[in-house]
Design a protein around this ligand. Structure first.
Ligand SMILES: *[C@@H]1O[C@H](CO)[C@@H](O)[C@H](O)[C@H]1NC(C)=O
Ligand SMILES: *[C@@H]1O[C@H](CO)[C@@H](O)[C@H](O)[C@H]1NC(C)=O
Length: 493
């Protein structure tokens, strides 16, 4: 068990719990819409499910974890909005801290391992978020620590195969990273190939798959294999590219350097040393190969995101932390402090900016909206005129008010010249508003949008007054996003 190093666990726990309070910004919609919102709907019976859940391309395993927590809150009448928001993050932070200790053990219980993991800006930024990728990264670290790396004296148990199987049903794309490592396992294991495949991989994989299909079918209400549906939609029909297409080299030129930041330097130096002395570092060579293989595989998919690289982070930090601890044995104290200082500052800056400053308005706005909704549940109706899923929803409101937001369903029925609702709206806001809110119809009590949109929706806002203006970001990532989130209230409300 990784808990043998209890003091180190406490250090990591402090860091991960701190990140709950120091990371206050919006990252991606999936953090809420593929986890908390689903759990909220399961437990409290109201809320939105996105199209993924109607088609059954996601496994219910992760939402069920949060739903279990929500259920406990509900039973104990502790289901306040702040518990619903922070409870799941505390849960994930604890698991992340545990996975950090596992990483520490795996990489040879070195101080540099503690430092590299605790200071990694991207892991600080994501380690306490309710993203599936965060869970995936934590489970990956745990699994890597149980992997029977040759020369490490780890007993060859199959516990890591259970975790890989679980990872696969949660997020099938993780196969890309584990295929090279599992093939490596097959080549060095003392057990025969037949024994490994028929006695371990296949039965464990099947057992986990059957359990997950059972679980998903119960939650979905009919028989469904979400892994299969996921692959069908994302790979065969390439629905994901509806949400943005990046050039093939994006992971190499943007994604990978960005999530590593300053850690790219020790990683690059370590990689060169490993490649030069290949025969002396067989495990590290396989790790490098796995990183390259995974990035290459992901590069073939048109839709690319930073968070997809998250499970590679333990591999990268393993390589760089081991290199740093070998280097520090010969280096002077002064040099060690300089390097530590540079790595620390190089990570603190992006962690602070992205965690505290950039894109915080869409989360901050939920609190005043919750207060408005609670004081007048019946009459309140919230209209979000923002790119789809710009904010969380019922997991943060926790009031059964009427809400309406612009949807962005992909073209599931292969309609020609398909335009989603959000694009339709942005092409001509006044036209869309006239169609959806006819002059004599009831208007929503509140309109929530970015400041940049205000001049385009004057047709509706004449009967409203601005009641909140909330800072969002200095660097809007698209023309539809502004520096402020504004809330307008109908004057006769
Ligand atoms: C939530 O509100 C909607 C619309 O007012 C209503 O139909 C539904 O029954 C409510 N759900 C719960 C669980 O209160
Ligand atoms: C809509 O409202 C206007 C004035 O506010 C009124 O003159 C008109 O008759 C109304 N139309 C309908 C269909 O109710």
């Amino acid at each position: 068990m990784c808990f043998k190093d209890f003091k180190v666990f406490l250090v990591f726990l402090v860091v991960r719990i701190a990140s709950i309070f120091l990371v206050q910004t919006f990252f991606v919609p999936d953090e809420y819409w593929q986890s908390l919102e689903v759990a909220h709907k399961l437990v409290f019976n109201y809320g939105y499910l996105t199209w993924e859940w109607y088609l059954g391309i996601r496994s219910y395993i992760v939402p069920l974890i949060y739903a279990a927590l929500y259920k406990v809150f509900q039973v104990l009448s502790l289901d306040s909005a702040s518990n619903l928001i922070f409870g799941p993050r505390v849960l994930q932070a604890c698991l992340s801290a545990y996975s950090d200790v596992c990483f520490y053990r795996w990489s040879g219980t070195k101080k540099w391992a503690v430092f590299c993991v605790a200071s990694s800006w991207f892991w600080f930024f994501t380690g306490s978020r309710t993203l599936i990728n965060t869970l995936e990264c934590a489970l990956t670290s745990i699994s890597l620590s149980k992997f029977p790396w040759p020369g490490k004296g780890v007993d060859e148990s199959s516990s890591f195969i259970w975790i890989i199987a679980l990872l696969f049903v949660i997020r099938p794309t993780c196969a890309l990273m584990w295929v090279p490592l599992c093939i490596y396992h097959l080549t060095f294991s003392k057990k025969s190939l037949l024994n490994l495949v028929m006695g371990h991989y296949l039965p464990i994989g099947l057992m986990v798959l059957i359990l997950s299909v059972l679980l998903d079918s119960i939650c979905h209400g009919s028989f469904i294999v979400s892994v299969f549906e996921f692959l069908k939609f994302n790979l065969l029909r390439d629905i994901a590219s509806f949400y943005g297409v990046q050039p093939w080299h994006w992971y190499l030129s943007v994604g990978f350097p960005a999530i590593l930041g300053i850690n790219l330097i020790p990683f690059a130096v370590a990689s060169m040393i490993i490649i030069k002395n290949r025969t002396a570092h067989p495990n590290e060579l396989v790790i490098l190969g796995t990183i390259i293989f995974t990035i290459t595989g992901y590069s073939f998919l048109a839709h690319k995101e930073f968070r997809f690289l998250l499970p590679l982070l333990p591999l990268v930090l393993y390589v760089s932390s081991r290199f740093l601890s070998v280097w520090s044995r010969k280096a002077s104290n002064f040099h060690i402090w300089v390097v530590t200082g540079i790595i620390f500052v190089g990570n603190v800056v992006p962690a602070w900016y992205l965690g505290m400053v950039h894109q915080r308005g869409t989360l901050d706005v939920m609190e005043p909206l919750r207060e408005i909704s609670m004081t007048n549940v019946k009459e309140t109706s919230l209209l979000f005129l923002m790119p789809c899923h710009s904010t969380p929803m019922y997991s943060h409101l926790h009031v059964n008010v009427t809400t309406r937001y612009l949807t962005c369903l992909p073209n599931l029925n292969s309609i020609e010249n398909y335009i989603d609702e959000a694009d339709l709206f942005y092409n001509d806001p006044s036209q869309w508003l006239r169609l959806n809110f006819p002059v004599n119809g009831t208007l929503p009590s509140h309109v929530i949008c970015f400041d940049v949109l205000v001049p385009y929706i004057s047709v509706i806002l004449s009967g409203y007054q601005k009641i909140h203006q909330i800072y969002h970001t200095n660097l809007p990532i698209s023309k539809r996003i502004g520096r402020y989130v504004v809330v307008y209230e109908r004057t006769d409300f």
